[in-house]
Every structure is written in C-alpha cells, then in structure tokens.
Design a protein around this ligand. Sequence first.
Ligand code: CA
Length: 226
Amino acid sequence: MALRILTVEDEPEMADLIARGLRGEGYVVDVVTNGVDAISLATDGSYDIAILDVMLPGMSGFEICRWLRRQHEGLAILMLTARDAVDDRVRGLDAGADDYLVKPFEFAELAARLRALRRRDVIGTARIDVGGLSIDMLRHEISAAGKELRVSRTEFDLLRLLASNVGRALPRTEILDSVWGSASYVDPNIVDQYISYVRRKLDAANAPVRIATTRGVGFELIPDET
Ligand code: CA
C-alpha cells in the first residue's frame, strides 16, 4: 500500500512541485494550504508523513506540527523552513518534527529525506511493545519476554510491521510492499517463507505473541491472552 503524505504549503508552485514529484515516486499526496484544513484532513490519522511549511497563513507550521504530534505519535513530520535560521530548525524539532529541509531545495533532496525517514523507522514510534514483545527501532533489537530475539534485517522489518498493526490482518501485498519495497520484483511467496522463519523464532523463544493466518486476508500478530 502506498504511503500517504499530507502536504501543507501555501505557495501554489511549491505545493505543485512537491505533489507532482511525490506522486511520481509512488506516494499518495494530499495538499492543503492552511492549518485548519490540515487538521481536518489529518483527524482520521490515515497519513504516514506530513510535510509542513513553516510560514503559513493562520496557524504556523510549528503549531500544526505540535497538534499532529500529539494526535499521531507514529506520523513522520518533515518541516520546510524558508529561513536558514538555527532557531527555526530547533523550534521545528522541539515541536516534534523528525527532520527539516531548508528552502529552496531540489526535489531530489526532498525525496531522499523521505526515504531516510522511512529507513530510520521514524514512521512508527521509537519502540513498540506488544504483549511481552518489545521492538526497539533505534537499536534495531527485539526482545521477547525480556530475552533478546536474534533476527535478520528482513525479519526485523516484518515483525515491526506486524507489531505496528496489531488488531488488523495485513495482506501479503501490503507486507511485500512495505518490507521488500514495491520497486523490486519479488516472488510474493517470500512473505510466507519469512512468516514461517519468524514464527519458528517466536516459538523457540516462547514469545508471548503469535502470527495468525487469516485465510484470504493475510497475517496478523496476536499477543497471548494473559
Ligand atoms: Ca509559506
């Protein structure tokens, strides 16, 4: 499933450049020009990334950033600062932004920053706890009931994705897209193969979670009843 980006930018040319460019990269992009519209669209929480201009009519990008951060912990937020002022960057990061980009910038740089946010797993929180399973994004470690679970990079990404979506069965295509990337051709059966690797490791560690298969839908991480 494509990542969804909310762009808040009041300069039409800049907004158009961002939206067209990011759609070309496979993102789903909505553009609004002010904070009220941004908040109204973001209320359902379906965005993965927000790109916020600082200088906006009405609410500033910082205010929108604070509001979004309170409502959606897992949202990745990139601020666009017009001035190359340390003050703006610090204010943005203090308001909860994950990164900033100083205007003017090349589109390629924006695209690279967004890829970096995805790699850093900013999309999602720094740590996810599901039952007794704990996933540390910063150190790239997983522990089950307090003991380290040794996993490969791909297994980590797979478990992180499942743990970020507890309560929902994830379709194979969504897992494939998120873990292996939509650009590369990969046999969809690889998802089942990796699910079985991870299941074996969870079993061996007596992890207090299991991966359930929902027929015709996909896979879901389920914490044990306590
Ligand atoms: Ca502006």
